[in-house]
Design a protein around this ligand. Structure first.
Ligand code: N01
Length: 548
């Protein structure tokens, strides 16, 4: 296909590369292909850049990966940008994206409010991509940068539509609906994942005398202390001296952060060492408590039970009511420690000491139905609410891709291909879908990796692949079925090695969505081995792919 200059309302209709999604992953792709001289354009369903931070602007929304790893490693950007906090909130993250756009001038090559609904591989080796507002674009390559949370999940609560109060999912939050709107209101929050925890922590203290918060909890979140730090510009400028080292270090750690696993296993440590190690991690806070814990935390039941007990006792000491202690930090762990994504908190548990906050355990007393005024629980009580927050998560990792009707060489959709389980090559391509790549998606390091690190590392592999094709006069690349089978074994092996992780149902393995195949949605073996494998396949002339 030779590209021509055909436009509708400034959107070019014939391209070398079409990127979908204007978050960290997609913007990185757009910027780099432009620099390399490709005819590239980006489609975004929202009306601005920012990806996850465009959609998730609920009160308290805040990243749980620290800067400077939670930003681009491009020197032109980090040299000029300063953060005010180590874990920035959504407003500051959006300001960062505005800054990125000012520096790189990305928006001129983005069409907003363009939701891609269909993509079809056409003979002549190109993709024909259609949007809900009837744009039709032809492109040699298609790069999906949809993030892991592009498809929100709302459980099928009976009569939800009949509810007449205010009701929002955390990932479709109206920016104008600020914390102040919760004052003196009766609010329900359903779900206690990272989104629920953040919103509960934020609105709890501002409920006022007439306000009340009811939390509907199914599984307690093993929340970890965030230990937020404020930054000054001077201190940050000083810290920037080692940013280049930090950015290189990301490649050597499990999750693309600067910290890696602790060098020791639980059984080789003395009881005193263990206590001191856990106390040290607790004092530092953050997800490091999991990622830098004893290497066998997710394999060794004794280690896992002990770390859970340590966590439980810390948390219980902050909750006054003994019933709530048992609900929020049960004596017996509902699932292994580190088997679900923990949320970071600062004052989450103190909120439950407020007289105007209550918790309903939906295992004991499920939501029976909605009414125009609120929620009826199975015990027959009607709970009236002005606001209902659905913090019920996502059909994660695959959902964003399979909700688009993507049809490959044999006319079969990607949804059909993955109906009984995911098959990809290297977590970036799929057999039957030539010239299509995905970043931060199925079977990539995704759930276990810092987003910007993954966007850059997978992103660079894809960019080098497209460049290789250009310099070798190749126009088509497709993963083989054999390579997919081999890669799936690799993904399953890595998951088996973390055997305790299998014992929880979560967005990590699809267990949070009724009917979804339960399997590892991400590669759990860590970035270094993932990158090594990708690099080796590339060095062998893209082994596992057919190029022509
Ligand atoms: O989604 P979740 P999330 N009845 O799937 C509950 C990232 N993130 O949006 O645990 C009652 O974690 C469900 O219960 P259970 C972060 O990686 C990051 O909170 O399945 N409850 C769970 O409590 C995070 O892990 C940041 O038993 C129901 C909740 O809904 C990921 O996004 C901020 C239910 C869903 O939790 C997803 O987080 C926010 C039902 N029928 C998000 N169905 C930061 O960077 C589901 N639930 C800090």
């Amino acid at each position: 296909m030779s590209t021509r200059d055909v436009y509708i309302d400034k959107t070019p209709l014939e391209l070398d590369i079409l990127v979908i999604g204007a978050g960290f992953g997609g913007l990185y792709q757009l910027h780099n292909y432009r620099k390399l001289g490709y005819k590239v354009h980006l489609l975004e369903s929202g009306s601005d850049i920012g990806g996850i931070w465009y959609w998730n602007c609920y009160p308290g929304a805040r990243v749980d990966s620290p800067v400077p790893v939670y930003e681009y490693s491009m020197e032109d950007l980090w040299k000029e940008w300063n953060w005010t906090e180590q874990f920035p909130g959504w407003e500051e993250l959006r300001a960062y994206f505005r800054f990125v756009d000012e520096k790189l001038g990305l928006k001129k090559d983005i069409t907003f409010n363009a939701r891609v609904v269909r993509a079809e591989w056409s003979e002549g080796d190109h993709w024909t991509v259609s949007t809900a507002n009837e744009l039709v674009i032809h492109s040699r390559f298609l790069v999906l940068a949809l993030g892991f949370a592009a498809k929100r999940y709302t459980p099928p609560f009976p009569n939800l539509d009949s509810y007449q109060g205010i009701c929002h999912h955390t990932s479709a939050w109206p920016e104008t609906f600020t914390p102040a709107h919760f004052a003196e209101k009766r609010t329900a929050v359903i779900g206690t994942g990272a989104s629920g925890v953040q919103i509960i922590q934020e609105v709890g203290p501002i409920l006022g005398e007439e306000g009340h918060l009811t939390v509907f909890q199914r599984t307690p979140n093993y929340c970890l202390p965030m230990r937020q730090k404020k930054f000054t510009v001077d201190a940050q400028n000083e810290a920037k001296k080692i940013y280049p080292t930090i950015y290189k270090r990301r490649y050597q750690t499990y999750g693309g952060f600067i910290y890696g696993a602790y060098h020791k296993g639980w059984s080789s440590a003395t009881p005193e060492e263990r206590i001191l190690r856990l106390e040290e991690l607790w004092a530092k806070g953050s997800l490091e408590i999991i990622t830098s814990n004893y290497v066998d935390l997710r394999r060794n039941q004794e280690a896992n039970d002990a770390v859970y007990a340590f966590w439980r006792d810390k948390v219980r000491s902050r909750i006054r009511d003994t019933r709530l202690q048992e609900k929020l930090a049960p004596t017996v762990p509902p699932h292994p420690f580190g088997a679900k994504r923990a949320a970071l908190e600062e004052t989450y548990y103190e909120v439950y000491n407020q007289p105007n906050v209550s918790l309903i355990d939906v295992n004991e007393n499920p939501i029976a139905r909605f009414t125009p005024q609120g929620i009826v629980t199975q015990d027959g009580n009607e709970h009236k609410f002005d606001i209902v927050v659905l913090a019920t998560g996502f059909d994660s990792v695959t959902g964003g891709i399979t909700q688009i009707d993507i049809r490959g060489t044999d006319g079969r959709s990607i949804k059909e291909k993955w109906k009984n389980g995911i098959f990809t090559n290297l977590g970036m391509t799929a057999a039957g879908f030539p010239n299509m790549f995905f970043v931060y998606g199925p079977q990539g390091p995704t759930a276990f990796c810092n987003g910007p690190s993954c966007s850059e590392m997978q992103g660079d592999w894809i960019i080098r692949c497209i460049q290789y094709m250009k310099t070798h006069d190749l126009t088509r690349i497709e993963a083989t079925h054999e390579a997919e089978i081999e890669y799936k074994e690799y993904v399953l092996e890595a998951y088996e090695a973390m055997r305790l992780m299998k014992e929880a149902k979560s967005w990590w393995n699809g267990g949070n969505i009724p009917g979804k195949v339960v399997e590892p949605l991400s590669f759990a073996g860590g970035l270094p081995s993932y990158l090594k494998r990708c690099w080796e396949k590339e060095q062998r002339g893209y082994e596992g792919f057919i190029l022509s």
